[in-house]
Design a protein around this ligand. Sequence first.
Ligand code: CMP
Length: 138
Amino acid sequence: MTERTFVMLKPSALERGLVGEILGRFERKGLKLVAMKTVLMTRDRAEELYSVHKGKHFFDDLVSRMTGQRVVVMVLEGRSAVSVVRRLIGATDPVSADPGTVRGDLGLDLTDNLVHASDSGESFERESSIFFQPSELL
Ligand code: CMP
């Protein structure tokens, strides 16, 4: 089923010049870019994006590490896009992410693990609306 997913490239992806490398993996897989932009992450937006993790031991550090940093946000579209992107990026902790995945090949840090992607259609709706107006996603 054709669906959409939200992806955020975290600060280290920009700092290390890996935006093209990561985006290229999504494009080569066959996913279509619907919208993309760089944004300066505010604390409010970081807390909203990661609201499901509020109360967990890593929440404050995660929000602090993203706040004030430039990130790339995008919406991708394709067949089973949510699960396809999750498989392409690999396990949350780059130490255990499989080789061949974004985190497995390119990352080591757990908090700034290069990329965030929605884990469901509901997450896509909520997360994409933090950064994009409906008119940007037509
Ligand atoms: P992400 O896919 O952006 O979703 C939540 C983020 O929390 C996760 O990637 C990690 O960057 C971060 N994080 C930090 N510590 C942990 C942890 N112990 N378990 C899960 N996620 C963590």
